[in-house]
Design a protein around this ligand. Structure first.
Ligand SMILES: [Fe+2]
Ligand SMILES: [Fe+2]
Length: 191
């Protein structure tokens, strides 16, 4: 197992990159389950966006002198451990919605930080443009599911994943503080 020093902002961008890749994982799982054409189209476009976002962070990490690494710790992994692998489309989309809400809130907050490196802000803004559509179409699908499956089932799934995600996000905040405070050694998976 290789240990590498990841400092701010490369360490933080590595978390963002990891989160985009995890999002792409979730969408691939959804694509294997979705049986209607309309859903296949939306999921494929969504997957293409998340893969591009992971690439944008990868490019920037390299441009800033860092090297991409697969993280072994941090909030995306924490969430995965807590959530496991939901099997229904409704659960997977509720989880996607919760994760997307956080991404938008987090990227907006980060883009507004005074004195932030302009190249980081530029990538955040570009990605934020795509995130609006992600939230809109998933929200729309969940609203239709409420009519079919009942409000309680959808609300319960959203509440469940929101409660788990809050803890995962707290994990990211702790990691970010460590990254800012000093050089920390994060366990990474060598490619
Ligand atoms: Fe994304
Ligand atoms: Fe997204």
């Amino acid at each position: 197992m290789e240990d590498r020093q990841l400092t701010y902002p490369i360490g933080l961008l590595s978390y963002y990159r990891e989160a985009e890749l995890r999002g792409a994982d979730l969408l691939q799982r959804l694509l294997r389950k979705a049986d209607d054409g309309e859903l296949q189209i939306k999921l494929t476009r969504h997957l293409a966006d998340e893969a591009r976002h992971a690439w944008q962070w990868t490019e920037l990490i390299c441009e800033l002198g860092g090297e991409p690494a697969a993280l072994r710790t941090g909030s995306p992994q924490w969430l995965r451990r807590q959530v496991g692998l939901p099997s229904s489309i409704l659960d997977l989309l509720a989880l996607t919605q919760v994760v997307e809400e956080r991404v938008r809130q987090r990227y907006r907050e980060h883009a507004a930080r005074p004195g932030e490196e302009p190249r980081i802000v530029a990538v955040l803004q570009t990605i934020l443009g795509d995130e609006e559509w992600h939230l809109a179409w998933v929200e729309d699908w969940l609203a239709k599911a409420q009519k079919k499956e009942g409000r309680t089932r959808v609300t319960a799934a959203l509440d469940h994943y929101r409660a788990l995600e809050v803890n995962a996000y707290a994990e990211l905040m702790r990691e970010e503080e460590k990254l800012r405070a000093a050089e920390v050694s994060l366990a990474i998976v060598p490619w």
